[in-house]
Design a protein around this ligand. Structure first.
Ligand code: NAD
Length: 490
């Protein structure tokens, strides 16, 4: 249904996805979903309230009790996941266009995310046949066995910046192990998760195993975090809301994993290949900086600081900002006018605090910018570590360049925020690379590249960037429980 509407460029009415079908919200409420780059209404989507979350959790619970997914053999579950990966690839262009139009992001980035989503289902389909318990040698007379069992109903809460990819990061390991799930997408970007549910049904997923409840976070999200039949919450979003979700979920001791904000640093040492280090621009401005991994601080060793500032600013000025549907576009629209104003507020604060704005840092006007929330990518120099722009997650196209004199100072600066999610370092010295990699408090770090997310490796943060890891084999731990069995010899 969503596909047809997108093809016709006419807004569609989309329901919640509960028990294998599209349904209206019990309150009858719906809300417009916009293309942030044009202001066009893409759809009117039903808005779940607590009573709809109850219905979705009840459907998930019924599917769990029925057991047709949980007790299916690994081969049967893998077959459905592989079919789903195939359906995603068959519909990749349509999904990428949907995501690009709903988030305002460049189509080239959206294509990459859709492929990653398909690869995720394929990856976990491949892992589950080898995922199991073991026999355990015991000091008691008997046999010890461990089982790995699914958790039950999982609540998966997703932000608006990478709606499709992050939904698949959570849904694929959860389903692979036989859990039933309720997904709560961000209110602004529910379309690709709803489309995923349609594709999963076509791939043979039994009804009730995957439910999607778009709606306001304070109503639908918090009802999910509170629901007594939900055994696990996996949340991606801001640190502030994440800690609230953790408190809510503590009420009945749910398992919780949190992927939260970041203020990641890119460290450029004087011995780095500075041409290559120029690629750090993409690590700072991908998804218009609305990226939890964005290297929003670039720390540069003083002897090359001026040269790096000059090269960095030149590359930022060459970034192509514009129509997200154009394959050459590198920066699309921000998610909303209010978010653009917030980003602009941070820039004004940076100026007021005495940082020098080298380029950008203003809303873009004229055609096609007037229809959306486009913002000129901003670079600050003369930033000191205590300034708000060097500490707070701005979540937009704003980067601060700070100089450092020694490796110790670089590490101190990199670690000097409440966050610890991602980061990069650029050097030709292998010994230094290993020393710094070990010293940085972060969940993920890349050397001589800005590429940080690989579906085969754990992804997540330390400090206030979160708890737990998604992706990689360890994601399976989050969606399973150990059961220890002792069989007496006599
Ligand atoms: P947000 O915290 O405002 O919302 C995230 C989700 O939580 C949305 O679905 C929202 O509706 C829901 N929500 C809001 N209030 C809730 C409540 N009280 N109870 C339950 N759910 C609630 O975040 P956002 O603005 O959508 O996304 C941006 C943030 O996400 C940034 O801070 C970014 O760094 C973070 N993020 C982190 C990662 C990561 O992997 N670490 C990835 C992407 C985004």
């Amino acid at each position: 249904m969503i596909r047809l509407a997108m093809a016709a460029h006419t807004p569609v009415a989309a329901g919640l996805w509960i028990d294998g079908r599209s349904v209206s919200a019990r309150s009858g409420q719906s809300a417009p979903v916009l293309n942030p780059a044009t202001g066009e209404i893409l759809a009117r989507v039903a808005q779940a309230g607590p009573e709809d979350v109850d219905a979705a959790v009840a459907a998930a619970r019924r599917s769990w009790e029925r057991g047709d997914w949980r007790r299916a053999t690994v081969a049967e579950r893998a077959r459905v996941l592989l079919r789903l990966a195939e359906r995603i690839r068959e519909e990749a262009e349509e999904l990428a266009a949907l995501e690009s139009r709903n988030v305002g992001k460049p189509i080239a980035e959206a294509r990459g995310e859709v492929e990653m989503g398909a690869a995720c289902f394929q990856y976990y389909a491949g892992l589950i046949p080898a995922f199991g318990g073991r026999t355990v040698p015991l000091s008691a007379p008997g046999t010890g066995l461990t089982f790995r069992e699914p958790v039950g109903v999982c609540g998966l809460i997703v932000p608006w910046n990478f709606p499709f990819a992050i939904t698949t990061w959570k849904v694929s390991p959860a389903l692979a192990l036989g859990n039933s799930v309720v997904v709560k997408p961000a209110s602004a970007t529910p379309l690709s998760a709803l489309r995923l549910a349609e594709l999963a049904a076509e791939a043979g997923l039994p009804p009730g195993v995957l439910n999607v409840v778009p709606g306001p976070g304070g109503a639908a999200g918090s009802a999910l975090a509170r629901h007594p039949d939900v055994r696990k919450i996996s949340f991606t979003g801001s640190t502030e809301v994440g800690s609230e979700v953790m408190r809510t979920a503590a009420g009945d001791v749910k398992r919780v994993s949190l992927e939260l904000g970041g203020k990641s640093a890119s460290l450029i040492f004087a011995d780095a290949d500075l041409e290559k280090a120029g690629a750090s621009v993409s690590g700072s401005f991908g998804n218009a900086g609305q990226d939890c991994c964005a290297r929003s601080r670039v720390l540069v060793e003083r002897p090359v600081y001026e040269e790096v500032v000059e090269r960095f600013v030149a590359r930022v000025q060459a970034l192509r900002v514009g129509d997200p549907q154009n394959a050459a576009t590198e920066i699309g629209s921000l998610i909303s006018p209010s978010h653009r104003d917030k980003v602009d507020g941070w820039v004004r604060r940076g100026v007021a605090e005495g940082a020098t704005l080298c380029t950008g840092g203003r809303p873009l006007a004229g055609d096609p910018f007037d229809r959306g929330s486009f913002y000129a990518p901003a670079v600050f120099r003369d930033v000191t570590p205590g300034m708000a722009i060097a500490q707070e997650e701005i979540f937009g196209p704003v980067v601060s360049l700070l100089p450092f004199d020694t490796e110790e100072e670089a590490i101190r600066l990199a670690n000097g925020t409440i966050y610890g999610l991602s980061g990069s370092l650029w050097t030709r010295d292998v010994g230094r690379a290993l020393r710094v990699v070990r010293a940085i408090e972060t969940g993920v770090i890349s050397v001589n590249t800005s590429w940080s997310v690989h579906l085969e490796m754990p992804f997540g943060g330390v400090k206030r960037s979160g708890v737990g890891r998604e992706l990689g084999p360890s994601a399976l731990d989050h969606y399973s429980e150990w059961k220890s069995v002792f069989i007496a010899d006599s």
